[in-house]
Structures are given as structure tokens and as C-alpha cells.
Design a binder for this molecule. Structure first.
Ligand SMILES: [Cu+2]
Length: 478
């Protein structure tokens, strides 16, 4: 693992040496590939985050409750503050988030802050970063987000049951000076497996769920509505945030005639606005879009259609009415510092994770990473180590015929190749979808120390063992 000893901290020096050459006494040094990849990364995003400026306090009480759902019938769920989706937590970059979780569920729970670079102890993984919060008890989460963007939160205990029952919500971290969008809208995408009543089908982790791509519901909802509509006026410019909170379903939204540009993936801005065609949103993924409602479109409704499966369906409608408004003109946000990392092939793989299934385990079928199924006994084992401030290349090899959106806690990464072919994704991610038999290489520079989970975000696969961890040891200089 000790291939080079350059860290992000002395990159400035390295960079200066590259640009201006060296003093007369030392010969100019040629940078290694690892060093060049690090120089590319240097300004990609902040290592330390903003200076904390004040706290914003929230309370989240997790409890069984009923919400009006599916034509306003009472529907039994588990929810944060009796809402599904849970309340939107919104702060400005620099503000410290303080959340008191009160567990009034009949099971232990935790909250994981998906995509947020939190201190390890705030990551919400039972037995790894904290003890589970027992029924009747509470736990306080406190962290200062390092990135502005769209994030979400959910339990990391029995996720396939707790998330499916309705425990999830979105955390929005606003830029210090938000751009003047006409509207900032959020669509939380989910699906539910229900039967007449309506009531939730309460058999979780079934053989069928495990041997397929997790639990796919028979009703899709956007913000809890199965016939969602967004009202807009002609000329309005929307920032539309999408978050997939489903257990297993993948969405591929088609915006039809609307000019929709992706400006952020998994919270972070892309290098430039990208056409929305072809983006798939796996469980865990977020997508932020820049959409302008055409002038002269009053009276029209734009359908947003999901095309991931062969049975396309209307996800939501944007209904245009009212007087035309002036379209705000501003340059869409972008991150010009996304590294290309074209030279990644010259760097050895640090680890390969082979994803597969086998008979066994408490559900009769277990999902494995390198032939190990995660369970309590695995927690004390040694995990692969990644050095903070170093470039790493990891490989996922899907030896199965099922889908696996792989999620790494605490870090962002960039997809480098699929099936050995280099790909150019001008953005970072925290979750990447592997299709059947696919191999994906990712590159990353870990910045935060701790034990970080690496798992499939199809929650039934994770529940049946498809989880591991990586260790980022604390640098000795810290
Ligand atoms: Cu999976």
C-alpha cells in the first residue's frame, strides 16, 4: 500500500515544483503517476470544510404512526416526526447540524447521513461507529457538512425493513449564496409493496427479494404521492432535486421535451451542466437538475416518464399555469476541478471486491463480497486499508446476474472504467450501479479517517451480507 509518500498536505509544494522547476541545487524531479493524479485532485473539493458558524437544531422522533396515503386512506408506517418522507432538514454550508434522534420504535435504530462527509463517529453504523439506539433511548448527531448539495438520511439497522416502512428524509445543504432559482423543488422517489387495505406487505427479506434485485414495490410515489404533480409558471427556472430512497428500484427519468440538465450527482456539482438523458438513479443516488419551463407553455403538462424497466410509467407531471415570469439568468453552478484521472491504468489496483451470492445464512441465501457475508462476527476483522491523502484504485467485479448499486461511506469516488473500457464521468459519486457481470474501477482520494462501510444499496442484499468496510487510518501527523 505504501507506493508513494506524497500526501495532500504537501501537494502545494509538489505543484510549485512542477510549475517553476527547482532551485539550482536540486535537479527537477519527475512526478510519479500517483503524484500527478493527486495534483489533479488537489482542488476537487475541500479537505477541511468550512469554518463552523452556528448550530441548527433538529429533533427526529422515529415511531410507528399512520399517514394518509394512497387516496388518503390511513396507512400504517414507521416515520420521522410522523411524516413520510421525513422532514427536510435544511442548513447553509458552514452551519453545524445537531439532530436529536428519539427512538420510539419497537426495534433499535440509528441514522446514517448518506453522502455527507461526517466525522466517523457520526456515521450511524451500529457496532462500527456507535451502539444501536435502543427503543426509548436517544442519540445526538452533530456534524458540520463539508459540501453543499442534496443528501439524505435513513437507519442503518435492519434497513430493508426500516427504510421500507418509511424511515427516510432529505438533508439539503445550501450554498453560502444560493443562486436565484425561481423554485427549488425536491422529488423523493420511493416505491411500496402494498396489498389491499391499503397496507404494507410485512414480509421482509423474502427469498424472492433476495434472489432478485431486492424488494420492488407495486406503487411508486414521489414525495409520498402516487400521482405527483408539480405546479410551475411559464419561464420559471427550477432546481429540481431527485433522491432515490427505494429499497431496490432503479429509476431512469425521461424529461421528454423539457430541457433538463444535470448539475449535481450525489450532492456534488458536475464539471458542467450535462444532458439528463441516460442518467439512472439507483437506491441512494441523488441528481440535481436545472430546468427552465418554456415560455408560452401555460396550460401544458410535461410528463416525466420512468424508463428503467420495459414498462414505462409516468413518474410525475409538471403542470404549467399562470402568468409568464422572467427567466432568471445566471450561469449554472459547476465544479471545474473534477480530475480526469486518465492515467489511472498505470496505478496498481488496491483492492478488488467480487460480488456474489450463495446458499446459506439466516435467510437461506446470502450475498457476499470476496466470499464473506457481513454479520456481527465480521465486525472485528481486519479490513483493507486506504491511506488518507493518497490516490487509490478499487475494482468491483459483479460475478452475479443481479444489480448492485455499491455505496461507499464517507468518501466520494469517480468511476474510471467499466468492463476494462475507460469512461469519462465528469463528476464524483457515492454510489455506483453494477449491472450483471459488470466490472467497474473507481478512483478516490480518502480524506477522512475512520472505518467506512462499503455495501450494496439494495437493502435486501446488504441485509443478507453484502457489506464490508475499508479502514482509513489516522495519519500520524494528525
Ligand atoms: Cu446488491
Amino acid at each position: 500500500m505504501y507506493r508513494s509518500h506524497v500526501t495532500k498536505l504537501n501537494l502545494g509544494l509538489l505543484f510549485a515544483a512542477t510549475l517553476v522547476g527547482c532551485s539550482s541545487e536540486t535537479a527537477p524531479r519527475v512526478l510519479t503517476t500517483e503524484e500527478r493524479l493527486l495534483v489533479e485532485f488537489e482542488a476537487a473539493y475541500s479537505e477541511s470544510g468550512p469554518v463552523p458558524e452556528g448550530e441548527v437544531h433538529f429533533e427526529l422522533r422515529a415511531s410507528p404512526t399512520e399517514v394518509p396515503q394512497f387516496d388518503d386512506a390511513p396507512f400504517a408506517v414507521w416515520a420521522y416526526n410522523e411524516q413520510v418522507p421525513g422532514p427536510v432538514l435544511r442548513v447553509r454550508l458552514g452551519e453545524t447540524v445537531v439532530v436529536v434522534l428519539q427512538n420510539d420504535l419497537p426495534q433499535p435504530t440509528t441514522i446514517h447521513w448518506h453522502g455527507v462527509r461526517v466525522p466517523n463517529a457520526m456515521d450511524g453504523v451500529p457496532g462500527v461507529t456507535q451502539p444501536a439506539v435502543e427503543p426509548g433511548e436517544s442519540f445526538t448527531y452533530r456534524f458540520t457538512p463539508k459540501d453543499a448539495g442534496t443528501f439524505w438520511f435513513h437507519p442503518h439497522v435492519r434497513g430493508s425493513e426500516q427504510v421500507e416502512r418509511g424511515l427516510y428524509g432529505v438533508l439539503i445543504v445550501d450554498d453560502p449564496e444560493p443562486l436565484p432559482w425561481s423554485r427549488d423543488e425536491l422529488w423523493v422517489l420511493d416505491d411500496w409493496l402494498i396489498r389491499k387495505g391499503p397496507e404494507l406487505v410485512e414480509e421482509f427479506n423474502t427469498r424472492r427479494d433476495l434472489s432478485h434485485d431486492g424488494r420492488w414495490g407495486n406503487v411508486v410515489t414521489v414525495n409520498g404521492n402516487y400521482r405527483n404533480e408539480l405546479e410551475a409558471r411559464p419561464g420559471e427556472r427550477l432546481r429540481l432535486r431527485l433522491a432515490n430512497t427505494a429499497n431496490g428500484r432503479i429509476f431512469a427519468p425521461d424529461f421528454g421535451e423539457l430541457d433538463a440538465k444535470v448539475i449535481a450527482v450525489d450532492g456534488l456539482y458536475t464539471s458542467e451542466p450535462l444532458p439528463a438523458e441516460g442518467f439512472e438513479i439507483s437506491p441512494g443516488n441523488r441528481l440535481d437538475l436545472d430546468i427552465t419551463i418554456p415560455k408560452g407553455s401555460a396550460g401544458q403538462a410535461f410528463e416525466v416518464v420512468d424508463r428503467f424497466t420495459r414498462q414505462a410509467f409516468i413518474l410525475s407531471r409538471i403542470r404549467v399555469s399562470g402568468d409568464e415570469v422572467e427567466t432568471p439568468t445566471f450561469e449554472a453552478p459547476r465544479n471545474p476541478n473534477i480530475p480526469e484521472w486518465n492515467e489511472f491504468e498505470a496505478v496498481e489496483l488496491d483492492a478488488e471486491y467480487v460480488l456474489n451470492a450463495r446458499a446459506g445464512g439466516k435467510y437461506g441465501l446470502e450475498w457476499t463480497i470476496n466470499d464473506v457475508a457481513w454479520e456481527q462476527a465480521v465486525i472485528d476483522e481486519e479490513f483493507g486499508k486506504l491511506e488518507a491523502g493518497q490516490f487509490h484504485r478499487l475494482r468491483f467485479t459483479n460475478a452475479s446476474a443481479r444489480l448492485h448499486p455499491m455505496h461507499l461511506h464517507g468518501q466520494f469516488f469517480k468511476v474510471l472504467s467499466r468492463n476494462g473500457e475507460a469512461v469519462s464521468e465528469p463528476y464524483f459519486r457515492d454510489t455506483v450501479l453494477l449491472k450483471r457481470r459488470e466490472t467497474v474501477d473507481i478512483g478516490l482520494v480518502p480524506l477522512d479517517w475512520g472505518r467506512w462501510m462499503l455495501h450494496c444499496h439494495i437493502l435486501e442484499h446488504a441485509e443478507a451480507g453484502m457489506m464490508t468496510a475499508v479502514d482509513v487510518p489516522k495519519a500520524t501527523s494528525e
